[in-house]
Design a protein around this ligand. Structure first.
Ligand code: ADP
Ligand code: MG
Length: 273
C-alpha cells in the first residue's frame, strides 16, 4: 500500500528557476520518508518563445469565465510537444537525476497515461467583449488516467515527472492545462495533497493572501480572480471534489516550497468544508 501521495505542479517560472531552488532537496526529504510525489510541470512561456523563434507567433484566447488559453492549431501542438515533453520535461528529469532522485519523464501519450477528448468548439471573448465560437483546435479535456502505470512507478520508488500533453481519441496530441492535469491526476491516484506551486504566495483577495478557504467560500469569490490564478482555483476545486482532502496554492520560489505548503506555512489551502 502506498502511504501518502502528493501531486505537485510547478509553474513555468518555478520550472525555469528549479536549478537555483531547493525543490530537489524537498522532494528527496518526502521520498526518504516513503511519501510519494508525482510532479507535473507547465512551461507555456517557453513554448511561446520557441514558437516565435520558429516563426510561429502564438495567439491566446480568453473565455467568458476568464480563462486564458493558447490557441493550439496543428503546428502549435507539435511545438508544444517538442518544448513541454522534450526540453522542459527532460531538463527537470536531468536535474532530479543529478540529485539522485529516480525521476521518469512522461507525457500523457506514454503508456496511455492521460486520455482526453478534443474540444470541438471553444467560446472566446473578442476585443470588443463579444462572445465568439471558434474551433477548439488541439486542446483537450481529460477523461481518463492510467493510474496503474503511476502506481507501478511509485511502488518501485520512481518519481513520475509529467508534461501536460494528452492523447486524443484518434491518438492525436492534445494540449491540456497543467493545473487541471495535476488536479485530475491527484483525484485519480487518491492523493493526500495537491500542491500548485506558482510565482506568488497564494490567492490574493483585496490585496491579502487568503490562508484558508472552503469550497463554498472559494466558489463565491471566483469572479474576483484573474487569469493564471483562476485556473489554479478551478483545479483546486476539481481535486477536492474528486476526494483530495486539501489543495494548496503556494509559492515555488520560496525555501522548501513543498514542505512549507503541506505544513501550511505558506499558501492558500482549499478544503471541502
Ligand atoms: P503558473 O506558470 O505558475 O501557472 P500563472 O502566471 O499562470 O503562473 O498564474 C499565476 C499568476 O496569476 C500570478 O503571477 C498572478 O499574476 C496571477 N493572478 C491573477 N489573479 C490573482 C489573484 N487573485 N491572486 C494571486 N495571483 C493572481
Ligand atoms: Mg498558469
Amino acid at each position: 500500500m502506498i502511504k501518502m501521495v502528493v501531486v505537485v505542479k510547478i509553474g513555468g517560472n518555478v520550472a525555469k528557476e528549479i536549478e537555483n531552488s531547493d525543490i530537489a532537496l524537498d522532494v528527496k526529504s518526502f521520498l526518504s520518508r516513503n511519501q510519494k510525489i508525482i510532479l507535473v510541470h507547465g512551461g507555456g512561456a517557453e513554448v511561446t518563445r520557441v514558437a516565435s523563434m520558429l516563426g510561429k507567433e502564438q495567439k491566446f484566447v480568453v473565455s467568458p469565465g476568464g480563462f486564458r488559453s493558447r490557441y493550439t492549431d496543428k503546428e502549435t501542438v507539435e511545438i508544444f510537444a517538442m518544448v513541454m515533453a522534450g526540453k522542459i520535461n527532460k531538463q527537470i528529469v536531468a536535474l532530479l537525476q543529478k540529485e539522485g532522485i529516480p525521476a521518469v519523464g512522461l507525457c500523457g501519450l506514454d503508456g496511455g497515461l492521460i486520455r482526453a477528448e478534443r474540444k470541438k468548439k471553444i467560446i472566446m471573448v473578442d476585443e470588443r467583449g463579444r462572445k465568439r465560437v471558434i474551433d477548439g483546435g488541439y486542446t483537450g479535456k481529460i477523461n481518463s488516467v492510467n493510474a496503474d502505470l503511476l502506481n507501478l512507478l511509485l511502488s518501485h520508488g520512481y518519481l513520475p515527472v509529467i508534461a501536460p500533453l494528452a492523447m486524443g481519441d484518434e491518438y492525436e496530441f492534445l494540449n491540456v492545462d497543467a493545473d487541471r492535469t495535476a488536479a485530475y491526476l491527484a483525484g485519480t491516484v487518491k492523493a493526500e495533497r495537491l500542491v500548485l506551486l506558482t510565482d506568488v504566495d497564494g490567492l490574493i483577495l483585496d490585496g491579502k493572501i487568503q490562508p484558508k478557504l472552503s469550497l463554498s467560500e472559494v466558489e463565491r469569490i471566483l469572479p474576483k480572480i484573474g487569469p493564471g490564478m483562476i485556473t489554479k482555483v478551478y483545479a483546486a476545486i476539481e481535486a477536492v471534489k474528486m476526494g483530495v482532502p486539501e489543495a494548496i496554492i503556494s509559492n515555488g520560489l520560496r525555501k522548501l516550497p513543498i514542505s512549507s505548503a503541506v505544513n501550511h506555512e505558506c499558501g492558500t489551502v482549499i478544503t471541502g468544508e
